[in-house]
Design a protein around this ligand. Structure first.
Ligand code: ADP
Length: 551
């Protein structure tokens, strides 16, 4: 909060929607640059497609997806081919507008040709995806899981998963899709924002009944039915790690552009919302990743037709309060400065029903006397919340005691709800991080700081330094490859702000080179071999330059 305007640097900047303040030169920010763009439906699908091409089995937790309008002919052709190969296959597809949320504009189709009939696809790009027809049902209802994931650091990668999440239920008993029920959103879409408007929505104060429950209550139920809940958790952890591995290359490109290395800048972390569907056989499927998951801990109740009131929601409180509290504990900037005597003020999240209904959610308590922020004064309507270290509020020296209230607050905090999964399981997953290494090559040749696209000279330098051109692959062919791929990616209309080759185009060109050079091997081996070659050549070049420097 800036009671007197912002003059001093802050420890933590809490942005409401996205990373948007380029004038922060220190401290922590709760958003990564480019995260919103990276998790949009189309960008996520592209990133998952790259990983599915490299590691089809490892990434089969993401439904087969096509990008509209550009892949409409491919979608129609592939579905026709699959149907020809397997006439008993009666698929359903779900069309989701890019950048949409809360179920906005989503519809189901049985026949690929129905896409053209249903909407203005040219004006609104979308993803069409295989619909999971056999979800796990509880009380005959379809539900999905919202899990909170803390991306604490990008380099080195640090990921935490909240031990509990939310289960959001449909409000009509589920039936497998037929032409008759395709339009019944309360049966097929689990969005809270849609189902709240169904007459069947049940708001419950218990965490294991009603239309929104804790995920742990579902796990208890599954466990009592004999399901292997341990295996389910391990599948979910693996899904989260693999998804973040798919997203990091693009995030790193944005990061170096907004916060160039070697310049003063903040450190970022972010709470992400993972939407996961469980199939009947308990296999988790990724639906989407939300860069700005709702942290509301209130529920909208209709008092009379059209008149709504916000009432506390115990389920939301139980899950979300713990996530924010423990995120703050984990990123605590004072932890890193062990030797300093100042320490971070106690931010205490209180339950909404203990606070005035209209305003506070985040409650600041135990501040030193005379501090301008009044306890309980952070309003949820603020788009940026700032936690500033309090001058004069010193950690007690050896032998001194913590201020009573602060000591009490620390002791009273429950154990962390966020569980570290990376680097804990890094060894198991490091072989998947190939595109990360391709992105490192891309960033290295970007040249101008602050850019996200590679120019033709940068691409040529990459080819030359890595010694990828030869008698079979001339520099003229290199230029043609650059122009062809760059033109195609730029015509897809993703980002017209900058000209040049974007990361995905570079990855495509890199895969092309790898396939050319190491024929008849699986794609991931071809790519791994080419990366090794490039890294070796660049290391040798670097060594030579150092030697010349010494000489
Ligand atoms: P939005 O961002 O608009 O909420 P989602 O991708 O989360 O879009 O989809 C909305 C809802 O549609 C999900 O919560 C889920 O219930 C359902 N859904 C989405 N994709 C699939 C799918 N491939 N199979 C089955 N159900 C899906």
């Amino acid at each position: 909060q800036f009671p007197f305007g912002r003059r001093l640097p802050c420890d933590i900047y809490w942005h409401g929607v996205s990373f948007h303040d380029n004038n922060i030169f220190s401290g922590l920010v709760n958003k990564f640059p480019g995260m919103m763009e990276t998790v949009r439906k189309i960008t996520l699908s592209r990133a998952m497609r790259i990983m599915q091409d490299l590691f089809p089995l490892e990434y089969n937790f993401y439904p087969r997806s096509w990008i509209l309008p550009e892949e409409l002919p491919l979608f129609v052709a592939e579905v026709r081919m699959m149907k020809d190969n397997n006439p008993s296959w009666k698929p359903t597809f779900i069309v989701k507008p890019d950048g949409g949320c809360q179920g906005d504009g989503i519809y189901l189709i049985k026949d690929p040709n129905d896409i053209r009939l249903t909407g203005s696809i040219q004006s609104r790009p979308a993803v069409v995806q295989e619909y999971i027809c056999k979800p796990l049902l509880v009380d005959k209802l379809k539900f999905d899981i919202r899990l909170y994931v803390l991306l604490k650091s990008l380099e080195p990668l640090e990921i935490y998963i909240a031990k509990d999440g939310l289960s959001r239920f449909c409000t009509e008993p589920y039936q497998e899709p037929t032409l008759k029920n395709l339009h019944q959103v309360f049966m097929h879409l689990t969005n809270y924002s849609l189902n709240i408007h169904s007459g069947n929505f049940i708001h419950s104060d218990s965490v294991n009944t009603g239309s929104k429950r804790t995920f742990s209550s579902i796990l208890c139920r599954l466990s009592s039915r004999g399901a292997d809940v341990k295996k389910l958790w391990s599948d979910i952890i693996s899904l989260v790690i693999k998804t973040i591995i798919a997203l990091t290359p693009e995030l790193k490109v944005y990061y170096q552009s907004d916060i160039p290395a070697g310049k003063p800048g903040p450190t970022c972390f972010q709470i992400l919302g993972f939407d996961i569907l469980l199939m009947k056989n308990l296999k988790p499927v990724l639906l989407e990743v939300n860069a700005n998951p709702s942290m509301r801990i209130e529920h909208e109740q209709e008092l009379s037709p059209g008149v709504f009131e916000n009432v506390p929601s115990r389920v939301d409180e139980e899950v979300k309060v713990a996530v924010i509290r423990d995120t703050l504990r984990l990123v605590d900037p004072q932890k890193k400065k062990k030797d300093t005597h100042t320490f971070y003020p106690w931010i205490h999240l209180k339950c909404a029903h203990q606070l005035p209904r209209t305003s506070s959610v985040l409650h600041v308590s135990h501040l030193p006397q005379g501090h301008p922020v009044k306890p309980g004064s952070c309003r949820r309507t603020l788009s940026v919340l700032v936690f500033r270290r309090c001058p004069g509020w010193e950690r007690p020296g050896p032998g001194e005691e913590l201020p009573g209230a602060a000591a009490g607050a620390e002791a009273a905090l429950p154990s962390l709800c966020l569980k570290q999964v990376f680097p804990k399981y890094a060894k198991q997953f490091s072989y998947l991080r190939l595109v990360d290494r391709v992105a490192a090559l891309f960033i290295r040749f970007l040249g101008v700081k602050g850019t996200t696209k590679l120019g033709p000279t940068g691409f040529r330098t990459f080819i030359r330094n890595c010694k990828l051109s030869n008698s079979n692959f001339s520099m003229a062919a290199v230029d043609i490859l650059y122009i062809d791929i760059t033109r195609r990616w730029n015509s897809m209309g993703i980002d017209h702000k900058e000209s040049g080759m974007c990361l995905q185009a570079f990855v495509e060109a890199f895969f092309c080179l790898a396939q050319k050079k190491y024929k008849s091997r699986p794609l991931h081996e071809q790519v791994a071999l080419l990366i090794e070659q490039c890294e070796c050549r660049l290391a040798a070049l670097q060594g030579q330059r150092l030697l010349w420097g010494c000489a």
